[in-house]
Design a binder for this molecule. Structure first.
Ligand code: TMP
Length: 235
């Protein structure tokens, strides 16, 4: 939970029983339903279908009349998109790379994500702090403790309410990328061993934080993956 951001002020307690249910309880229940904004992040290695699923999720939330923003990391602001451009196209030392991701995250979090959450809007973020653990930590071998510390600073110790990891076998993911046929960026040119480690990073996160991090098999049909996502969001 983003406990450092959101507080549920339930106000004074009213004790008027209606059919055995206290009016105050009813009001709190209704307001909880009405105000239930979530911070949802979507993760996974390249080629697992994040973009398609994010579009479907956006349409779903729209259909439910839920106020939300959809954003991405690295990116989401002009400055962060500039950092993204450097990160995705230039080679650099792994710690330098981590710090650029974290710089972009600090800027993005404080100017986009935090204000939206404070405004009681749901946030969908295409990748977030877990990506640094998986890619820079497991993938590139940067010290996980260091990444966790920098993540805490960049995100003001805020964790997503829910992280969906779209997961599939590496061969299937790279076959999808090949079919997509767009020019590969730096990450898409990296080898299989790298992605094996990144995938393990995500799977380990789900073991470590099973309440927050949900693995969804993205080898299923697009519709089934979407249904699985909706079932864990519980809107
Ligand atoms: P995208 O193509 O899903 O937008 O992600 C851009 C690339 O950035 C992707 O290869 C994963 C990588 N990445 C990291 O290595 N660390 C991070 O912290 C984030 C957010 C992304």
């Amino acid at each position: 939970m983003c406990t450092n951001i959101r507080h549920q002020d339930t106000g004074p307690t009213l004790l008027l029983p209606i059919n055995g249910i206290h009016l105050a309880t009813l009001i709190i229940y209704i307001s909880l339903i009405m105000n239930k904004n979530l911070f949802i992040t979507i993760e996974g290695i390249e080629g697992v279908g994040k973009t398609t699923q994010i579009k479907l999720l956006e349409a779903y939330l729209k259909g439910k009349g839920i106020s939300f923003i959809s954003t991405r990391e690295p990116g989401g602001t002009q400055v962060c998109e500039k950092i993204r451009n450097i990160l995705l196209h230039d080679e650099m030392d792994p710690v330098t790379e981590l710090m650029l991701y974290e710089a972009a995250r600090a800027e993005h979090f404080s100017t986009v994500i935090e204000p939206a959450l404070k405004d009681n809007r749901t946030v969908i973020c295409d990748r977030f702090a877990d990506a640094s653990i998986a890619y820079q930590g497991y993938g590139r071998g940067v010290d996980i403790k260091l990444i966790e510390t920098l993540n805490e600073i960049a995100t003001k110790q805020t964790k997503p309410d829910l992280t969906i990891v779209l997961d599939m076998d590496l061969d299937q993911a790279s076959e999808r990328l090949r079919k997509r046929g767009t020019e590969p960026d730096k990450f898409e040119r990296l080898d299989k061993e790298f992605y094996k480690k990144v995938r393990k990073g995500y799977l380990d996160l789900a073991v470590k934080e099973p309440e927050r991090v949900k693995i969804i098999n993205s080898l299923q049909s697009i519709e089934k993956v979407h249904q699985d996502i909706v079932s864990v969001i519980k809107y």
